[in-house]
Write a protein that binds this ligand. Structure first.
Ligand SMILES: [Zn+2]
Length: 342
């Protein structure tokens, strides 16, 4: 069989397929042909000549970068395949955010799967991760690939926010969440928990929330979290309410204008107490869109590839774990992936 690194190999621009002449998630430079796993900015950039992605990812890219983000766009649904210069490419859900896909590359009997970012736990805003059968080389992300990272149940974290709201009804509960994926997921989990009140959103999230709604993900009543400059009195209506804004907005002027704000932050990194402290977060919510240690190792066992390649994060611990399990593993050391979205 073909040597795997003749089918996909790490290059400066990203993961490159020589026979197909395409890149997967090239972010350091614009390329002629790109296959994009999902819409986060550290995987999807504007300016490629040709982009292949799921219909939802193409919509997300158009919303973020404008309709002309690539000269040519090609949509591919989960389960369908296309042939690029003789190489078959298909998508399976990655469970990371709306439209996120694992890229399945088949060529001369060799099957390689690049996960992009993924997680295994329930997310009401996207299709669940699917285990692809018959994988020779599995290329896994490793954002939280340390045994200390074990994310708690999402319902419990959502419950913390609702309990705090009940206990401190005079305070504006200001939740930091990435505008793509995390914000919509937090809202959907709150609705699942029975919270039917309007949720106030930062302007940066409006278009993406509308896109999720168009894609059939009900987010319930959303209202703009708008405060007129210099008019503190108008802020009174936000007391006892949930306001969601991008992480950076929490500590800036925008966040400080709300009455008695209680800063919360929904992120996998909130399990690191120091990170919560640095950001001045009073209510850390450990809600992650990435697989934790147990999800990563269970996924590798389930997929059971002949070889494991590891990228985007902490590669060494997972390589060591794989070796102890008697698995072939190699770190890819791809650069330029700055973990947007968790
Ligand atoms: Zn991502």
């Amino acid at each position: 069989m073909l040597r795997p690194d003749l089918l996909l190999r790490p290059t400066r621009a990203g993961l490159y397929c020589p026979p197909g002449d395409f890149y997967i998630d090239p972010v350091r430079e614009a390329v002629d042909r790109a296959v994009i796993t999902h819409g986060h900015a550290d995987h999807a950039r504007a300016g490629h000549s040709h982009v292949l992605a799921t219909p939802q990812t193409l919509k997300i890219m158009a919303t973020r970068y404008g309709a002309g983000f690539a000269a040519r766009q090609q949509a591919l649904d989960y389960g369908e395949s296309v042939t690029i210069n003789g190489v078959s490419v298909s998508f399976a859900p990655a469970g990371h955010i709306l439209g996120s896909a694992q890229v399945i590359v088949d060529y001369r009997g060799l099957r390689m799967v690049a996960t992009g970012d993924y997680k295994r736990r329930r997310d009401p805003t996207c299709a669940p991760f699917e285990v692809v059968p018959g994988v020779h080389v599995f290329i896994s992300e490793a954002t939280f690939a340390l045994p200390v990272f074990r994310h708690p149940g999402t319902a419990g974290e959502t419950g913390k926010l609702l309990s705090s709201l009940e206990a401190q009804p005079g305070r504006t509960h200001l939740v930091g969440a990435y505008a793509l994926g995390k914000a919509q997921r937090v809202i959907a989990h709150l609705r699942d928990a029975g919270y039917g009140e309007p949720i106030f959103i930062h302007g940066a999230m409006k278009a993406l929330c509308e896109l999720y709604e168009e894609e059939g993900i009900a987010l319930g009543p959303l209202e703009p979290a708008t405060l007129e400059k210099g008019r503190r009195a108008g802020g009174e209506r936000f007391r006892g309410r949930i306001v969601i804004g991008p992480p950076s907005s929490l500590a800036d002027k925008w966040g400080r204008r709300f009455p008695d704000p209680l800063p919360a932050f929904a992120s996998g990194w909130m399990s690191v107490r120091q990170r919560a402290k640095q950001r001045g977060v009073e209510l850390p919510l450990i809600i992650s869109d990435h697989a934790d240690w147990d999800e990563l190792t269970e996924t590798v066992r389930e997929v059971d590839p002949e070889e494991l390649w590891i990228t985007y994060g902490r590669e060494d611990a997972l390589v060591r774990w794989a070796e102890l399990e008697g698995r072939r593993a190699r770190p890819l050391h791809l650069v330029g992936y700055a973990e947007e979205g968790d």
